[in-house]
Write a protein that binds this ligand. Structure first.
Ligand code: NAG
Ligand code: NAG
Ligand code: NAG
Ligand code: NAG
Ligand code: NAG
Ligand code: NAG
Length: 418
């Protein structure tokens, strides 16, 4: 009798899952890129396994609340013209266009594509002075300023399938002006070391803060990790370089971490990997006035597993982490890639399971940014029904000796790509 009930509940879950919740669920992936346009957070490409470079585009609409167990992924009907991983994306200041720049593209006829999120069209922009040696450039992170100038630091030309011999790290800054559609390349001063797999964060005063990643002490030497105390700074106003020595908490060197700037001027870094292994701490804060590192919270409630080559974007007060390689499992093949979303509240410094404040219609505009004025539907797709079903199943499964974590994997549809 009880078994019959369990089966029924399971079937209900499967039906709910197929028709309501699991629509457009992307495969797990890492090395993707993301861009925020108004209330939509777009995800481009990424590697779904060691060899498959995806050309899919997904987005989530952040204007409605959702919880991390049922992220409302939507697949964009138009795919990218190329598969791409380890590239970078920027949104034009007027939010009309997303540029996909570099990465390991499955076609190397160019390295820049333009996406119109309204018409869903992809085009190849004509860029005056585009440097063909940028084709195949990857392991990069670009920033765009309010004038549409995009800065792309270094990168490598390594590509799976190409010979590993003669991998170059480029000692240069590429400047792509998306307003005038011009491109220029400048060589680094001799005292500045190149980096790849770093994070790049633009401060409002026009400084780009480069943190972590790999470097090369000489053009022929092997990669090494840069210390998280070596903060490299590019001034977009004077086009000059400088550096700061950070102090405070010890942050293990890593590559493939993310960084977002929050409103008090602090940079939050998350994740990354050292070799293939997990790094500590997962999350840290760099104060850009004092250059002191701190570790605010290590609560594991609603927190992601350790991830590398995921995406991170700041939406209002929330840092949204998506996808990524699960580093603690990466040392053992098959690799496991995430398709989950995690939300970090940058005011309370805690991981949350949903946009609670927004969903209750409470004004969240502590920083002066306008937010949804309470006119929101609180349950997009009504996941509470789903939650009630889950609660029932949880009770039943636990009573049969199944672990909560088994349920959680289903709940988050945490798929492992094997
Ligand atoms: C590559 O990944 C996409 C998206 O996950 C998937 O649809 C496709 O089947 C994969 N191709 C191969 C050859 O594995
Ligand atoms: C573009 O979208 C971003 C991200 O939501 C937003 O912060 C910004 O104000 C928007 N810009 C314009 C010009 O609408
Ligand atoms: C193009 O890039 C290459 C190497 O990345 C550099 O040597 C060359 O000077 C650049 N060309 C121009 C016109 O900037
Ligand atoms: C960092 O700054 C120090 C002191 O100003 C300087 O000696 C050094 O060359 C700089 N290093 C880099 C990589 O800019
Ligand atoms: C979290 O931080 C507390 C206080 O700093 C420390 O005692 C504890 O060991 C930490 N836990 C983990 C899992 O790092
Ligand atoms: C969602 O479902 C619950 C439980 O069935 C119901 O109480 C609630 O009114 C629904 N909410 C919306 C927004 O439809």
């Amino acid at each position: 009798m009880n078994n019959f009930r369990n089966i029924c509940i399971y079937l209900i879950l499967i039906f709910t899952c197929s028709f309501v919740i699991c629509q457009d669920i992307p495969d797990g992936r890492y090395e993707l890129s993301s861009a925020l346009i108004n209330d939509k957070l777009y995800f481009f490409g990424g590697a779904t396994d060691a060899t498959n470079s995806s050309n899919e585009v997904y987005y989530i609409d952040l204007s409605s609340t959702f919880d991390i167990f049922t992220p409302p992924f939507k697949k964009v009907s138009t795919r990218m013209p190329v598969g791409d991983n380890l590239g970078t994306c920027v949104s034009s200041p007027d939010n009309s266009t997303i540029f996909l720049i570099g990465g390991r593209m499955t076609s190397t006829s160019t390295a820049v594509y333009k996406f119109d999120p309204i018409s869903l069209q992809w085009t190849i922009p004509i860029i005056d002075g585009f440097n063909n040696s940028f084709i195949n450039r990857n392991e990069i992170n670009a920033v765009i300023d309010s004038k549409g100038k995009t800065y792309i630091f270094c990168g490598t030309d390594y590509n799976v399938g190409n010979s590993a011999v003669g991998i170059n790290i480029f000692y240069e800054m590429s400047l792509f002006d998306t307003t005038s559609m011009t491109w220029s390349t400048s060589t680094l001063p001799t005292n500045i070391l190149p980096r790849i797999d770093y994070s790049a964060t633009l401060l409002p005063i026009g400084l780009i803060i480069y943190i972590g990643g790999h470097t090369q002490l000489t053009p022929s030497s092997a990669y090494t990790y840069t210390s998280f105390n070596d903060i490299l700074i590019f001034d977009t106003k004077s086009l000059s370089w400088s550096n700061k020595t950070a102090s405070g908490a010890t942050i293990q060197p890593r590559a493939g971490h993310s960084a977002v700037l929050i409103k008090d001027g602090n940079i939050i870094i998350f994740g990354g990997a050292n070799g293939a292994a997990q790094v500590y701490p997962d999350l840290a804060v760099l104060n850009t006035n004092t250059w002191i590192w701190s570790v605010p919270s290590n609560s594991t409630v609603n927190a992601p597993p350790s991830l590398a080559f995921h995406t991170a974007n700041l939406y209002k007060i929330y840092m949204i982490i998506a996808f990524g390689g699960k580093t603690f499992q990466k040392v053992v093949r098959p690799y496991v890639y995430s398709n989950n979303i995690y939300i970090f509240d940058t005011e309370t410094y805690s991981w949350v399971s949903s946009f609670n404040e927004v969903s209750q219609g409470t004004p969240t505009n502590k920083g002066g940014t306008s937010t949804n004025q309470g006119g929101l539907s609180t349950d997009n797709g009504n996941s509470s029904t789903y939650k009630i079903i889950l609660k029932e199943i949880e009770k039943n499964l636990i009573s049969e000796g199944l672990h909560n974590s088994d349920l959680y994997d289903k709940e988050k549809h945490g798929n492992s790509v094997v």
